[in-house]
Design a protein around this ligand. Structure first.
Ligand code: GDP
Ligand code: MG
Length: 290
């Protein structure tokens, strides 16, 4: 079962008992959306807008109301370009996020997809905090047919990235995918390190197309949003990779993220395999959940 099929259930029951868009319906809808992980603020706001639209446009039947709700949610998710900017050679994508969310795995998957498109891809093992991290990235590099730049455990992540960018320029690499640590001694250290990596890219590849993608585990629901705010403040995100949507995640978090952070979800992870990554399409998504 595909990702969008899984999501289809969210409001099915609600609409199956639909008779009219009365107060009871709106209340139940709000509750359903909160349970689906849209978060309180986003759910309340969406239902309020729907109330207004139903009144103003005299919407009556189920299909009209459903269509209006789809439009409202799609508008909330319309916060920027959903594709990756790979317009220069090299382009550089930093993957950031806390431990265990799926950064390394997502890099492997993105690398594989770019290879399928014929691009030359280099993975940069700038998570030097744990020895296993570079080993794991190396396995993905082999699987995906990507090049790899790594150093020893505990190496300066900035030095690894510097090497990777030099190699990319010398070898005419199309895309550099940079892994980063999810945990350091404390949060301030982690944020300082991300800022430093960003400066190295500015200096070594000025004018390069860049993405800073925050990887979020969808099963953590509203907690993911709290993490995301911290990263957004310091790292300046260009997009979200929402992982583990194949698990128990209800999926509504994608709407909450776009609305609260004003950052588009660009990719969704739906499993541990190399092929389990999909570009995110807000319209398709909204049609699947509503
Ligand atoms: N089910 C599922 N598991 C995932 C997905 N993405 C990553 N994982 C798993 O989550 C765990 C942590 O992933 P990893 O890439 O090491 O996270 P990192 O610490 O952020 O680099 C691994 O067991 C992955 O196989 C996904 O989309 N779906
Ligand atoms: Mg990792």
């Amino acid at each position: 079962m595909g990702f969008f099929d899984k999501l289809k259930k969210i409001t099915t029951n609600l609409f199956s008992g639909f008779t009219e868009a009365d107060e009871a319906f709106f209340e139940e809808l709000e509750e359903t959306l909160i349970l689906a992980d849209l978060g309180m603020d986003t759910a309340v706001e969406a239902v309020e807008e729907l109330r207004r639209r139903v009144r103003r446009e005299h919407l009556r039947d189920q299909e009209e109301v459903r269509g209006a709700l789809r439009d409202i949610l799609a508008e909330k998710m319309d916060v920027g370009e959903q594709g990756l900017d790979l317009s220069t050679t090299p382009s550089v994508i930093l993957f950031i996020g806390v431990n265990g969310v799926g950064k390394t795995t997502s890099i492997g998957k993105v690398g594989y997809q770019l290879r399928q498109e014929g691009k030359r891809v280099l993975l940069c093992a700038a998570d030097t905090f744990r020895a296993a991290a570079a080993d794991q990235l190396q396995i993905w590099a082999e699987r995906a047919g990507c090049e790899l730049v790594r150093q020893h455990e505990g190496a300066d992540p900035g030095a690894v990235l510097f090497d990777a960018l030099q190699a990319a320029k010398a070898r005419n690499v199309d895309v550099v995918l940079c892994d980063t640590a999810g945990r350091l001694h404390n949060k301030a250290n982690l944020m300082a390190e991300l800022a430093k990596l960003s400066k190295i890219i500015d200096r070594e590849c000025p004018g390069a197309a860049r993405e800073t993608l925050l990887v979020l585990d969808a099963t953590t629901g509203q907690n993911g949003l709290i993490q995301a705010r911290t990263f957004q403040e310091t790292a300046g995100l260009t997009g979200i990779v929402l992982t583990k949507l194949d698990g128990t995640a209800k999926g509504g978090i994608a709407v909450a993220i776009a609305r609260e952070l004003n950052v588009p979800v660009k990719l969704v992870g739906m499993g541990e395999g190399i092929d389990d990554l999909k570009p995110f399409d807000a319209r398709e998504y909204v049609e699947a959940i509503i």
